[in-house]
Design a protein around this ligand. Sequence first.
Ligand code: ADP
Ligand code: ZN
Ligand code: ZN
Length: 815
Amino acid sequence: MHFIEVILPLSLPKTFTYSVSEAEYNYIKIGMRVAVPFGKSKIYTGLVLDLHQIPPTLYEAKEIHQILDEKPIINEFQIQHWQWIASYYMCNLGDVFRGAMPSAFILESETIISQKKDFNVNESDLSDDEFLIFEALQHQSSLKVQDISAILNKKNIFPIVQKLLNKNVLSLQEEMQDEYKPKLIRYIRLHEDYTSDESLISLLDSLNGAKQKELLLHYFQLNAQERKPISVKQLTEIAQSTSVTIKALIDKNIFEEYYIQEDRVNFDKNKTDNNLVLSEAQQKTFVEIKESFLSRDVSLLHGVTSSGKTEIYTKLIEEYIAQGEQVLYLLPEIALTTQLVSRLTAHFGNQVAVFHSKYSNNERVEVWNQVLENSEKAKIVIGARSSLFLPFSNLGLIIIDEEHEQTFKQQDPAPRYHARDAAIVLANLQKAKVLLGSATPSIETYFNAQSGKFGMISISERFGKAPLPEVELVDLKENYFKKRMKGHFSLTLIEAITEALSLGEQIILFQNRRGFSPVLECMTCGHIPQCTSCNVSLTYHKFKNQLRCHYCGYSIAKPTNCHACSSVDISAKGFGTEQIELELAELFPTKNIKRMDQDTTRGKYSFEKLIDSFKNREIDILVGTQMLAKGLDFDNVSLVGIMNADTMLYHPDFRAFERSFQMMTQVSGRAGRSDKRGKVIIQTYNVNHNVIQQVTHNDYVGMYNEQLYERQIYKYPPYFRLIKLTLKHKDFDKLKEGSMWLYQVMQQHLQLPVLGPEEPGINRIRNEYIRTIMVKIPQNVSIPNTKKTIQKILNSFDVIPQYRTIKVTANVDFY
Ligand code: ADP
Ligand code: ZN
Ligand code: ZN
């Protein structure tokens, strides 16, 4: 009797036992995948966690369908790491399994596949089975994996589907709506007729246009210098020529044009920048980091914006890969990878890989396998939080840039992990070092550094010794009173914008929209239109003339009269980025103004496109939300305006002051990055507010000390750990009763501060009512024991018949 223990990609608290033959038993290793039947008729991809000879007691073990791998695709480190995540973040191992793997690795019978739109395959390269599937998809737009099973009259079809995915013939449903469309860059090269010297000389003689000749000479020069593809943009810039001249040469068959995907270009490229020289301050910091790592596994690099942290990381990475170790570079935002990839590939060439949830399954599988094989092609992996789950086996260093960013915490679905904290655990398993970098560290991290748990290194000099921007405060109360305002713009801000524009410089305007969306209000009765399924006011979108719910997407046309009293006197209240954009267009009608927020960056790569055209100076003024605050590097921005600082400050959240400081400091850091000192104008009703003053004087430590004091008094991190339970149900009374039961039982059993059950500000989303309960765990109380008790209580809650349908989720270290 031979058995294996299998994790399924389902949110279930247990592993499952399957029986295998002796031959299979000898072949299977921990970390391989198997296709297994589950429930009445479903097939899932499971992961082998253990092999043993003990039959299950509660059910009869089913046989597996098939072994899917020839060798493990998950290693022991990962399994241990997953187990830690499941236990620390109070979720199931299956949740972590599902969250950790590219979905092409976990096919199931219900998975829907379709044919790729622009696939490129020779039909004769397909096996008979593959061809049958291919053909079936000529007649139907999509198929379930289990339909394929019927077509082929086979049970074991995951490997065939997998092969077709790898051949780029099929795609999974999740990819279908939104296929990966990388940006294409236009390049030119000399036509092959002109590769010999004689032909070149006669070509130059034959050209009579001076412009064309000059362009060609510039091309030769570039080609000799760089030995890498030459883009049309690069050539026109250097030759100060136009695309018309290039086109003339293409038409004459002297140049050929071709296209390369932007993020692939970098991989094909040779290193271009081998001689990175650190400034004195950077070099000193670099040495201090290495010293710190002698005694500490985790260190914080606290460096002002534009101190060149990336360059310091680069030098550090060099040392780790020279020892053959792997390096993981985590970023808070996928959109930031493009910039970083070009910077790092310039230095490390094709040792850099990127792991992206926006990449196709294929590409993700490719990177996964490279990391698994410890390949030279993926010595350095850049990615957002999910790249933490790649099969590293020889990690030397994890860099977490902008470590304070809340996007490192996964909110939904489980596992609700914090990538920074999970990275520290992973590094510990592999004896690797962790470097956390930020100009505005989180209170938690700075606390750990102060208490000696983490090492700390500071750099307060900007690269090129550029001074920090000058901050000017504009008192909105006074300016409204003195009528020095046009719409939401103070005359001070308008003047500064005008001046910057006249110098050809660019401007960033920041408007935090959180809790401050424009709504329509009836001036007669005060009614504000609400969403029908969420308790939230509808947001007014002027451009589409619509009211929209930001939680569920419900929308209606802008009403002409009030739904409550029929009055026609309704007007917009509050302002968002859209309104700022409109006001700007009136103030500066000839300038190119663009907006960057969730609405304008919904499409794939729309964020990158905006950033690119801003970098290329095609945009004069960029208006945006907090997206702008995330470590972007622009060299021509001389002015940053913060439209209204107060909305951030008064957000109902214990981190509001910390975040306001971080956000304002980070956006300010985008100003004046080249030789010129930048300027920041903050419009606020509270010029004397401590946080505003701390931002003005770049006083991180002042902010930290003040917040730390408050956190202690009000029982928040880092002094207390928070676990938030969220309960949801369609029936308001049932939810109220159930959450009260849970609260009371927790009160009795925990001897800890338990708060709630609270109705959040938005207490109904998609027709489900919401209540939350918060547990605060002080430093001297065991966290694992507390979680065990909470889990026990949740288990008993789950078996109470009338509460069984209430959904409860736990969010540990909730952000
Ligand atoms: P930070 O991440 O600390 O805000 P960056 O790493 O983005 O700063 O650096 C700011 C700018 O200064 C970038 O354009 C970068 O290329 C440049 N820079 C920093 N250090 C160096 C260096 N040692 N040599 C050349 N350029 C540098
Ligand atoms: Zn009304
Ligand atoms: Zn809604």
